[in-house]
Design a protein around this ligand. Structure first.
Ligand code: SF4
Length: 381
């Protein structure tokens, strides 16, 4: 096990090192230093900020959005040699894949990983594919991975005729996948896979099985694999997975007339109890267009919920859970790391570049391009 800030584990998104002097968080001049460094870099740098980032960082973002929107925004700025990605590791990888070879993507803290993405390692996914082959179903299975996965998992999908999806186009991606084959191996978020299959494609819970990478053959028999339509990877988001059916019941008893809106990374029993379910961008839109005076309990990351509550003071916006919970890895990107990355750039040093190797990039792009070519609904988050 590694202590944060020391050494690097090349097989994990959590491995970190932070060479050079990191400004102390207590430095009262951090905001001024960030402004000065950003001004000095001018058009040389383009700063992307994910919706789940802290306010202290998001104030410096040139654009904000969720993972897919930000990767596309980065690709739309081919003139900026440096992209500073205030988000997590898999997002910076996607930005590197979608930007040109002359551009460098920088993640201010390499400890900003994603627990969900870490739940599917390429060696585990290759072993799962072998188990599907043993069961005689690999040929009729299409791998679909959520955007929240590492580049090598996306490349796996590209190599095996699959696709990437986002939380807003998962239904379209699954419909496409079932036109290509009889089964789907859905990575790495079991909840998005199950919620989409059952609530949008009309499958039953019995059509879904959960593949546990920590058990031999995923803990499934060949007969179970043969009978299933949706083979769900046993992964989840540690933030959205905290919301429970009781959280929904509780907020309904505390806040009369409340509308419950949740992200599809939440558990099935939470999503079925909610009034609305949708991606981060969907939630933002829903609250923007909501009637003044209405009450909303929001089941997504706390930084975003707090920001929405501040922006829409004419509505009563509360966090779905009573317990405060930020995405710990998203929160790794703080002002000291941001200033450190920018000031190093001003001094001519590139710190924490995220570079996906050429072969992985090629096949990951195959799966991403397949997503962009999906019919119907625009593939945006
Ligand atoms: S909110 Fe969940 S899915 Fe998003 S980065 Fe954090 S752990 Fe990963």
């Amino acid at each position: 096990m590694l202590f944060l800030g020391q050494n690097t584990d090349p097989h994990s998104e959590r491995g970190v090192e932070c060479p050079g002097a990191l400004p102390p968080a207590s430095d009262p001049d951090l905001v001024e230093r960030a402004l000065k460094a950003k001004a000095a870099l001018g058009d040389q740098v383009f700063v992307l900020g994910h919706h789940y980032q802290r306010d202290e960082v998001i104030q410096f973002a040139d654009v904000t959005g969720d993972s897919f929107k930000l990767a596309r925004d980065a690709a739309a700025r081919p003139d900026a040699p440096y992209i500073v990605f205030c988000g997590v590791h898999f997002m910076a990888e996607s930005a590197d894949i979608l930007t040109n070879d002359q551009q460098t993507v920088i993640l201010p803290d390499l400890a900003a990983g994603c627990s969900m993405a870490d739940m599917a390692r390429i060696q585990q996914v290759e072993a799962a594919w072998d188990a599907l082959a043993d069961a005689g179903v690999a040929d009729v299975t299409v791998p679909v991975t959520y955007m929240n996965s590492s580049a090598d998992i996306k490349a796996f999908c590209g190599r095996h005729g699959g696709v990437v999806c986002t939380s807003s186009n998962a239904e379209t991606a699954l419909n496409w996948a079932f036109e290509q084959g009889e089964k789907v191996l859905f990575l790495p978020d079991q909840h998005l896979g199950r919620n989409t299959a059952v609530l949008q494609l009309g499958m039953s819970l019995d059509d879904c099985v959960v593949y546990d990478p920590h058990k031999p053959n995923g803990g499934l028999t060949k007969e179970q694999l043969a009978a299933a339509k949706m083979i769900l990877w046993r992964g989840h988001c540690s933030v959205h997975g905290r919301f429970t059916a009781e959280s929904v019941d509780d907020v309904r008893s505390r806040v009369p007339g409340v509308n419950v809106i949740v992200h599809p990374e939440c558990r099935h029993e939470v999503v079925t109890k909610a009034d609305q379910v949708g991606s981060t961008e969907y939630i933002i839109q829903a609250l923007e267009t909501a009637e003044p005076g209405t009450s909303w309990a929001v089941g997504t990351e706390l930084n975003l919920v707090q920001r929405l509550a501040k922006q829409h003071t004419d509505k009563n916006i509360v966090f779905l859970d009573k317990t405060v919970c930020y995405c710990a890895t998203m929160n790794r990107i703080d002002l000291p790391h941001f200033v450190w990355a920018l000031e190093n750039l001003v001094a001519g040093h590139v710190v924490n570049p995220i570079k996906v190797d050429a072969d992985t990039e090629h096949y990951a792009k195959v799966a991403l391009d397949q997503m962009l070519a999906l019919p119907g609904k625009t593939a945006k988050d």
